[in-house]
Ligand binder design. Structure first.
Ligand code: AMP
Length: 581
């Protein structure tokens, strides 16, 4: 079968298939299989029930781009999403498919400059991706024209409900009078969402991905929380501390496989990659090599790993999350076979956290959170491996004709100096703890919250209320999602949902052109926020640099004014929400 045939049978044509090929997708995800044909062939409205991270954007985005008749510069599709981060993610994903028609796709979200958005809308937009509050703002100002709208997509509707945006969504829906199709995606269907769909949707096709009853009996399933950018170093640490690492590493796309293999080879690992573009003869060659353990790392897509029958793997690593729980069970079923004990490891970045939590519930497995090996662990491991190998050579007298050279060296240098230098020559920086890059651990509690460290304290005029205001205003996060703010003299802590933590730190840091002001709190900070005051001295360095940064305080003042209105609204909402409880 040609690589994109499985997408072609859903009704997509060559122009779209080209984009799919360059993304490196191999097969449609379950929600894509359901939604794409209905969206292309019928005129029905659609409710798609699927978890986050399961390929929803392509499920609605590919057909919309395919059906898009012509670029007219007035919005024909509006996609409503709960957060600014998602608005950017969805826009990026749509842009990556937008190779032929070159449509103008504009993200519109709160907390960003409205004048820039006005400029972009005035220039003409074919597709708008936005958060409900800001979209409503533009509708009221008359700066967003929805008279040519063909498609309205509500993405993560239950999350919009959860975040208190559902009234805004309803107001937007009531604004649109022209005939258009409504596509509603939601992981769950609470009553309020059902109500909304009854009121505003007609001839609905309900498309739901069936989740089979899944169980796994593999006991050793663990996960690590790592930032996307740290995944590669985390992976090499795991390989480095495992004496006989022999594993399959899963990546979601062909492009991902190629990138990872190249990086591993550059670092000196014996890695090979398998995906749908690898010819049958090369595939067989690679598998032979892997079976003989001439290479010990196989990076593969789900499709390429089908049918591989290898029973003695030490590890299966989910470098990126699989499309759904079923694929998770398939992936990890490759270890622990035939009575062998293997370990299944999953890397979770903040953006993947919600999908992972849903997956964990579905497979009903006990997946333990673990800490990554430290540089000390790796060096200790390497040293003990060297001692073992050395003992084997000495005891077996396997040093061959190196004896003569050894005698020469020992004539010129003391034994300790000679051996230390030889070790340095052979292992370079590998035995030096400081040569391993730092991977900041951060703490996520069982509710899925992350603790943030902020280099803003009482001495900068911050109180808990002001920290709350800052995060609500700048990061478009409802007050109800921010918890347990603790302000010390020189810095503070706040808890936010893990899935938002990376975005919140990035947004806050973008306010300051100097050193970063926000980061995920280290585990040790979280254990004793109070005792952290002892460390204030160190941290105040960061602050003094930031204080010099006039732009930060200016940015704060301007955005304070901008955000005041939004803040009041958000406060009203969270107060109303709390009083309802
Ligand atoms: P989404 O659920 O739309 O946020 O997608 C989650 C991730 O899966 C994104 O990185 C997509 O590029 C990726 N993705 C979507 N569809 C596929 C597919 N058919 N095969 C592989 N990756 C996909």
């Amino acid at each position: 079968m040609i690589e994109t045939d499985e997408f072609r049978v859903l009704g997509l044509t060559d122009s779209t298939l080209g984009a799919i090929r360059s993304k490196g997708f191999e097969t449609p995800s379950p929600i894509q299989r359901l939604v794409i044909p209905v969206l292309l062939q019928d005129q029905n409205d659609i409710i798609g029930q699927a978890q986050t991270g399961t390929g929803k954007t392509a499920a609605f985005g590919l057909p919309i781009l395919e059906l898009f008749a012509e670029k007219r510069g007035v919005p024909q599709a509006l996609i409503l999403v709960p957060t600014r981060e998602l608005a950017l993610q969805v826009t990026d994903e749509l842009l990556s498919f937008n190779i032929n028609k070159k449509l103008s796709i504009t993200p519109i979200y709160g907390g960003a400059s409205i004048s820039e958005q006005l400029r972009r809308l005035a220039k003409g937009s074919d597709i708008v991706v936005g958060t409900p509050g800001r979209i409503l703002d533009h509708l009221r100002r008359g700066t967003l024209d929805l008279r040519s709208l063909h498609w309205l997509v509500l993405d993560e509707a239950d999350e919009m409900l959860d975040m208190g945006f559902i009234e805004d969504v309803e107001q937007i829906m009531s604004h649109i009078v022209e005939p258009h199709r409504v596509l509603l995606f939601s992981a769950t269907m609470p009553d309020r969402i059902k109500e909304l769909s009854k009121k505003y949707m007609t001839n609905v096709s309900l498309l739901k991905v069936d989740t089979p009853n899944l169980t796994t009996d593999l006991t050793d399933q663990i996960y690590f929380e790592v930032k996307e950018a740290d995944k590669f170093d985390a992976l090499t640490r795991i390989i480095d501390v495992t004496p006989d690492f022999y594993g399959i590493i899963f990546s979601r796309t062909k492009v991902g496989v190629d990138e990872l293999v190249n990086r591993l080879i550059d670092r000196g690992y014996a890695a090979e990659g398998l995906h749908g573009d690898v010819s049958q003869s090369l595939r067989e060659k690679i598998l032979r090599k892997f079976k003989r353990k001439n290479s010990n790392i196989l990076v593969a897509t789900d499709v390429a790993a089908r049918g591989i029958d290898i029973s003695n793997l030490s590890h299966v690593i989910n470098y990126s999350l699989p499309q759904d729980s079923e694929s998770y069970v398939h992936r990890i079923g490759r270890t622990g076979r035939a009575g062998n004990q293997g370990t299944a490891i999953t890397f979770i970045s903040p953006a993947e956290f919600r999908q992972f939590s849903a997956m964990k519930r579905q497979v009903k497995a006990d997946i333990r959170r673990e800490k990554l090996p430290t540089p000390q662990d790796i060096v200790a491991m390497k040293k003990s491996k060297i001692m073992e190998d050395l003992a084997e050579i000495i005891e077996g007298e396997l040093y061959g004709d190196c004896g003569t050279m050894a005698r020469d060296i020992l004539q010129n240098y003391p034994p300790e100096v000679a051996l230390a230098s030889l070790l340095k020559l052979a292992f370079k920086g590998e035995l030096d703890e400081s040569s391993y890059p730092e991977i900041r651990s951060f703490s996520v509690d069982r509710k899925g919250s992350a603790r943030l460290f902020l280099a803003l304290g009482r001495s900068d005029g911050f109180s808990p209320r002001k920290i709350l205001d800052l995060i609500v205003r700048e990061c478009d996060l409802p007050a109800s999602k921010i918890d347990d703010i603790k302000v010390l003299d020189e810095f503070s802590f706040a808890t936010v949902p893990f899935s938002e933590a990376e975005r919140v730190t990035r947004t806050l840091n973008s306010l300051s052109k100097g050193r970063p002001i926000a980061s995920m709190a280290k585990d040790k900070d979280v254990k004793g926020d109070e005792s952290s005051s002892r460390k204030e001295g160190k941290r105040s360095d960061r602050k003094s640099e930031r204080r010099k940064d006039k732009k930060f305080s200016k940015g704060r003042d301007e955005s304070a004014k901008r955000g005041e209105k939004r803040q009041r609204k958000s406060d009203r909402k969270s107060t109303a929400k709390r009083s309802k409880k």
